[in-house]
Design a protein around this ligand. Sequence first.
Ligand SMILES: [Zn+2]
Length: 597
Amino acid sequence: MKKNTIIFLSLCLLFFSILPGQQETSAEKSDPLKDFSLVKETQPAPEKVKTGLESITAEDAVAYLKFLTSDLLEGRDTASPGFYIAAHYTASMFELWGIKPAGDIERPQMSRYFMRRDSSPRPTGKRTYFQNIPMIEILGNEGSAYAEYQKGRMKQTKSFNQDTDYTYYASESRSLSAPVVFVGYGIQEPSLKLDEYKGLDVKDKFIMMLSETPGKDDPESPFNKGELKEKYYPQRRRMRRSSSPKTELAMEQGALAILLVENSPENNGDVPQRTINRSAINDERPIIPGHFRRISLYERGNISRSWERIPTITISRAMADDLLGFNGLDITSLKNNIEKDLKSQSRVLEGVTLNIKNKAETKLVNSMNVLGIIEGSDPELKKEAIVIGGHLDHLGRRGDYIYNGADDNGSGSVGVMEIAEAFAKNPIKPKRSIIFALWTGEEKGLLGSRYYVTHPFIEKTAVNLNLDMISRTYEKERMAMMARRWGIQMSKEVLDKIDADRYVSLSYDAHTPQIEQIIRKNNDYVGLHIHISASKEASGGSDHAPFATQNIPWAFFIAAMTEDYHQPSDTVEKINAKLMERIIRMTYLTAFELADR
Ligand SMILES: [Zn+2]
């Protein structure tokens, strides 16, 4: 959504005229700090936001967080008792602060319906804080697979075991039987004269594909530079959850299913081996057998998760070699040949048919978003909403291990709560309405936020602000390492200037540059060290992504991606409460300004 240029320009003028000296006003291209806002000395915030701002404290945040991350809640897994407790707790706090409910209308209880048969049940008309969402849980997958090879009168078969030779998690029972085509990395790049589908008909066939791209570890590879790097390895690692260009291409070509072979031998798709190879295993980050519960949105006839539109079966290198071996080939030689001169090695595996059967057992479950609203003060503009969200769910438990998820995303949930409290307590309300959202099912595939964008409480969402993991501090070494991984320019000089205790990373919708202006200005009141990146991509790995796909402007705060990410060791005593306070205050101020423009 493009905003009026005039508003934008006048905003710039206003913003430059009140800027203190420590900020760059005309960022030169060569300025190593141009993507940063580093503020240490803060100024008092304007009167009109002050009461709300001062209600946001590290002490409150920690108190709320201790409840959300207690073992009682068992890791707040989607559609689990622990999640319901968390949802009811946040709803009660909303009620205490005077936030209005923005969920479903209360439905009559079944028991009452049966007791009073004379009168038909009628909705009470009372709104609740809960937006109920039907979901489907995949309870189990049982599968079997075998390959047949026929040449003349000779016939061979070879069988494979699920979870050892291959992994295939589907939400439905399926039986697949088809020839196999090797397509290398599954890439079409005219600029490199590489077309790994050239002359091949892969329609309704299995395609065997290497993950990643050629020359993964070679910085000189064309896939590790410029546009191709951006295409195949979008900036943020977590954003890879949306379907990749390779998957899109496979679907376009009409393939039946992808047999994915891990490119690097060290994660070779062999499940036990992968577990052994995992780095940093210790008592805090143990090997835990089994898998997390698998839940998806219940959408009749509309599976919108693109990665479910084409089955992707991860196969081990050994299984790949068994299939290729029928034709006297092996995966390592084929890979090496592609790497050598970027020439296609694609071919049909003559005489090979693969059969994979999968039986999935499913059941319907229910979970909910928690939604509250502060209505805008302007009779017209209140019909637009700023949605401030964070996911309340986490990974639950596995065996004896509870994933308390203090940073992911107890911190962001507490952030949404604190901001709701701040808007409620601040005597002046902004012009637009503010919706406070605690999403369910993020860890299962952004279920709650995806559901919300198609079932919004207020039709027009002006902006979505997303808080996910806002309470942890980087070690400098890891900060540098993650910056390299995400393609962020961070020289030694810049690194030295950053105070890790104040560091947060902000990405926002590049079509709405006002967001950056507002955040840079507000930083004078909170004193963060922010890395800022504008993103044109309408994709992402957290709850702002569904808003982005609807062309709704968004901004996303994340502090540190530590080694405790998605581990039972993500616990409350490791958080940096003061950092969390600063990020929450920043989000409050930014929401206020966006809502009051
Ligand atoms: Zn998260």
